[in-house]
Design a protein around this ligand. Structure first.
Ligand code: SAH
Length: 420
């Protein structure tokens, strides 16, 4: 793991092995923080000749030797010769001196960050894994656009940077080719701010986003234009790709070395077929990460004022898939009044589900509710006792997506509190 230390190099000896432009630019960086820079190289590029002439940089006109590192605090291996650079790093390690390897960041023990200085703050960006200079510079440059930073306002900077990195506004894509990977993220029920920070960061690292009809579509619309967005949402009546086709799409893009974000509404494992996509990736040896999401099954009732469990009212909750009829056992606990039944995808078969519930012994006066487009601006809740639910739904013209809640937690009096 990489740590970011704010090193005080003032007056401390730093060995720069190499005399080319990379050495020159790092020597300038080191001089700017007042390090004592000693360049060791048989020849110097023009910039270094100037730096030496100006007196800021000392020069030893020969090849670097192990002993040169004695007494240094930091070393930079930038000779351009990989064997020599590796040797410099090795000599440094033997002496417990940190070393930056200019040609292969991973071979060293330190990295130069892309730096942003504002208002007495030094904000550094480094890659944690494989070095990716273009990527860290892009992030640094985007952070430089942060208005409060530009204005020199240091307060809450850390929180602001975190917010910005999580907002999907900063382009976090990798620039150096890397092996493909997949991140399966739950986007929450639709409201942008119900998407997790982790999911938003994954989205801003995406080369390809494969999205469904549900979930926070507004965030996807704001991604950089060169992010490939593929909508595989199932729009009724239109051809949409099969699950097998979606799996192949994910795999093909990942195999081409891209970071594929598979964005699902709610949580990827709650009727999201996330497990199937993971298995398909594993079969092809593609690494997959999962970012859980806020499921509509819990969040949509919550925001409509219904706690799916409530002490003394409901001690369990069943979340069922309503595309097909449920067995009588699915209604047992809601029938005895101890549990809440939450049905997803239950609009088409609503009459059948209500009929089955009544037949399974759920009392006709059990409170019930249908919440359409939960968490979105046009959210609507329709409430009725169980035996009046179908008529109420017909009257209201209920349409998907909607969550059906059956049980005493759907009673509006439950959380109403005392009248004022
Ligand atoms: N993985 C999703 C569920 C996918 S199944 C999740 O965890 O939320 C799709 C069903 O979820 C829809 O038919 C509907 O029943 C429900 N749903 C998803 N988003 C919803 C929303 N914003 N409002 C109401 N129901 C929603």
């Amino acid at each position: 793991m990489i740590s970011l230390l704010g090193l005080d190099l003032d007056g401390k000896l730093v060995i720069v092995a190499g005399g080319g432009p990379v050495a020159a630019s790092k020597a300038a960086t080191l001089r700017s923080v007042r390090a004592r820079v000693r360049v060791i190289a048989p020849a110097l590029c023009e910039d270094l000749v100037d730096a030496v002439a100006e007196g800021g940089v000392e020069w030893l006109d020969r090849r670097v030797l192990a002993e040169d590192l004695d007494g240094a605090w930091l070393a930079l291996a930038a000779t351009g010769d990989s064997a020599t650079d590796a040797a410099v790093c090795r000599w440094a390690k033997e002496r417990r001196i940190f070393a930056v390897h200019a040609g292969s960041g991973r071979s060293g023990t330190a990295r130069f960050p892309a730096l942003l200085r504002r208002a007495g703050l030094a904000i550094g960006v480094v890659s944690e894994g494989k070095p990716d200079p273009r990527r860290v510079r892009t992030v640094r440059d985007e952070l430089a656009q942060v208005p409060t930073l530009a204005a020199g306002d240091a307060t809450e900077t850390r929180e602001q940077i975190e917010d910005i990195l999580a907002s999907a506004a900063v382009d976090l894509r990798r620039r150096r080719p890397s092996p493909g990977r997949v991140t399966l993220i739950g986007g929450g029920p639709g409201a942008e701010d119900l998407m997790t920070v982790r999911a938003r960061v994954a989205l801003s690292e995406a080369d390809v986003v494969i999205t469904d009809r549900l979930g926070p579509r507004s965030i996807v619309a704001r991604l950089p234009i060169d992010v490939v967005v593929i909508d595989v949402g199932k729009v009724p009546g239109e051809h949409s790709p099969s699950q097998a086709e979606i799996n192949m799409m994910i795999i093909d893009h990942a195999r081409a070395g891209r970071h594929v974000v598979r964005l699902k509404g709610g949580d990827p494992f709650v009727f999201g077929r996330g497990g199937e996509e993971i298995l398909a990736c594993r079969e092809h040896g593609i690494p997959v990460d999962v970012v859980p999401g806020v499921s509509s099954a819990l969040a949509v009732p919550a925001l409509a004022g219904m706690p799916v469990t409530h002490r003394g009212t409901a001690s369990a909750v069943t979340i069922a898939h309503g595309h097909t009829r449920l067995p009588p056992a699915a209604f047992a606990q809601v029938a005895d009044g101890s549990a809440t039944l939450v049905l997803l995808m239950a609009v088409t078969l609503l009459a059948e589900h209500v009929g089955d519930a009544l037949a399974a012994g759920v009392p006709a006066d059990t409170p019930a509710a249908i919440i359409e487009r939960g968490t979105l601006p046009d959210e609507r809740t329709t409430r009725a006792p169980l035996d009046g639910l179908v008529a109420a739904a017909g009257e209201a013209g209920i349409a998907a997506p909607a969550v059906v809640v059956i049980g005493h937690v759907a009673d509006p009096a439950l959380l109403a509190g005392p009248a004022r």
